[in-house]
Design a protein around this ligand. Structure first.
Ligand code: PGA
Length: 244
């Protein structure tokens, strides 16, 4: 089954509106007409209006880095459902903002209810890998995230495998490590939602993806794209990854 790759930029808490606009103005001509892969930018919430307006009518989608599970309410400082895509459960959300598998699950239900394309992030920390716990951590994260999700509803879901020890560290997982993890994740999805959903679901790799390692990672049959942090901040390097 062929799955269209998705190359996603996670800008985290970087860029001013002027910098975001300058990025998009430089980036769109570089990827004009590129339809082999889907491309999406995930800017911080304050940049969303600027980036959405600048990407309007282009081949580049724009999504949120996070959503709250409620549509509205007394949640000071939180943001509700954003645009067409949203990240859910990024490891920095889990690590610094106490996001549990249960919260990730509630957010996934909210995203699907609102027709968003959710990118559910999972991945083990270094101590878990070294203790031989990678498979059980990934299985627990997937089972937790997918609680109550039916095969019929799961169509839009994308998963990103992001080993925490590879995020922002310059230490990329080898293609073999990434492929092994993706197989564990796909098998878990098959167990929960059946072989058809598992065969169709896209699993991205994230963690120090750079222009010089993008081809060896995304080129793997099991790897359906990339979630890119640091190397997505400059139009040239993100374009090189998009065109792996
Ligand atoms: P990185 O971040 O590419 O800077 O490692 C990836 C991510 O956090 O999604």
């Amino acid at each position: 089954m062929s799955r269209k790759a998705l190359i996603a930029a996670n800008w985290k808490m970087y860029k001013t509106p002027a910098e975001a606009k300058a990025f998009v103005d430089a980036f769109l001509p570089l990827v004009a007409g590129h339809d082999r892969d889907e491309i999406a930018l995930f800017p911080s919430p304050v940049l969303l209006p600027t980036v959405i307006a600048a990407c309007n009518g282009s081949n580049v989608a724009v999504g949120a880095q996070n959503i709250h599970f409620a549509e509205e309410g007394a949640f000071t400082g939180e943001t509700s459902v954003g645009r067409t895509h949203t990240l859910i459960g990024h490891s920095e959300r889990r690590q610094y903002f106490a996001e549990t598998n249960e919260i990730v699950n509630k957010k996934l239900h909210t995203a699907l209810k609102h027709g968003l394309i959710p990118i559910v992030c999972v991945g083990e920390v270094l101590a878990e890998r070294e203790a031989g716990l990678t498979a059980s951590v990934l299985q627990t994260q997937i089972t937790g995230a997918f609680a109550g999700i039916t095969a019929e509803a799961a169509g839009p879901i994308v998963i990103a495998y992001e080993p925490v020890w590879a995020i922002g560290t310059g230490k990329t997982a080898t293609p073999e490590i990434a492929v092994d993890a993706h197989k564990i994740i796909r098998a878990e999805v098959a167990k929960l939602l059946g072989a058809d959903v598992a065969a169709a679901i896209r699993i991205l790799y994230g963690g120090s993806v750079k222009p010089d390692n993008a081809t060896s990672l995304i080129g793997q049959e099991e790897i359906d794209g990339a979630l890119v942090g640091g190397a997505s901040l400059k139009p040239d390097s993100f374009t090189a990854i998009v065109k792996y």
